[in-house]
Design a protein around this ligand. Structure first.
Ligand SMILES: [Zn+2]
Length: 239
């Protein structure tokens, strides 16, 4: 049930089928010269759409903006602060809760450290504030790292590399412009740098030349199955 396409009446009817909502988080962020700025958002939303084809589930409109630190200087990265991101998630959950939703799956395909922590922090505050909800905050990486590593070839593939290029080749092939080039940036250990692009010129971390649409299909299928397991666990969760 894609909320952005539903009517008021359909939303109300949907509450009789499930009280669980999946909220996809992405970013507007450079993904090399070959992938779209919305790569993370596309991945999180496509997973939600695929899950909703298999089980009753509300899928919220995706949150396109995220907190991007290491790519902040690259053209096209549009970042929001962690405080804004936290407030955004809290307001969205409070409003869904007021409309009767009980279980919240927050999946972010952008996995930057401060972005993840802001979402988790918001989630921790929400479960205290709203004692009748159950909530999960996860990245795709959390869900897929175990089995997913057998599906790809590149060690330490992290950003716009084999994994993400495969995913977009699978779901949105027309948005992939060429093959990209392998890159492994090295930032000085522990030192915060202003000119981040000097250490990471092309904005790729991993090897996009190893990407295929079939790998993307299998990776997405893996994440979809993990989200279905997570939704069921959350619906049965008692403490
Ligand atoms: Zn990404």
């Amino acid at each position: 049930m894609l909320i952005e396409e539903m009517t008021m009446a359909e939303f109300a009817e949907g509450l009789a089928r499930t009280r669980t909502v999946y909220i996809p988080f992405g970013s507007v962020e450079e993904h090399g010269n070959h992938l779209p700025l919305s790569t993370d958002t596309i991945q999180a939303y496509e997973v939600g759409k695929a899950v909703a084809c298999k089980i009753p589930l509300f899928v919220a409109p995706p949150v396109h903006y995220g907190c991007c630190r290491s790519t902040a200087c690259h053209p096209g990265t549009i970042s929001i602060t962690t405080g804004t991101l936290k407030s955004l998630l809290k307001d969205i959950v409070r409003s869904f809760h007021a409309h009767g939703l009980q279980q919240f799956v927050v999946l972010t395909s952008h996995a930057g450290g401060s972005h993840r922590m802001a979402l988790q922090d918001a989630g921790e505050e929400l479960i205290v504030e709203l004692p009748d909800i159950a909530m999960a905050v996860v990245t795709e990486y959390d869900l897929a790292k175990g089995e997913g590593r057998f599906l790809i070839e590149t060690p330490n593939d992290a950003h716009a590399g084999e994994i993400e290029t495969s995913r977009i080749m699978h779901t949105n092939p027309l948005l992939v412009k060429g093959t990209g080039e392998a890159e492994y940036p090295t930032f000085p250990t522990g030192i915060l740098v202003r000119q981040k692009r000097n250490y990471w010129p092309n904005g790729v971390w991993g090897d996009p030349t190893k990407a295929t649409a079939e790998k993307g299909r299998r990776l997405q299928e893996l994440v979809v199955n993990k989200v279905i397991e997570l939704v069921k666990a959350l619906q049965e969760f008692k403490e």
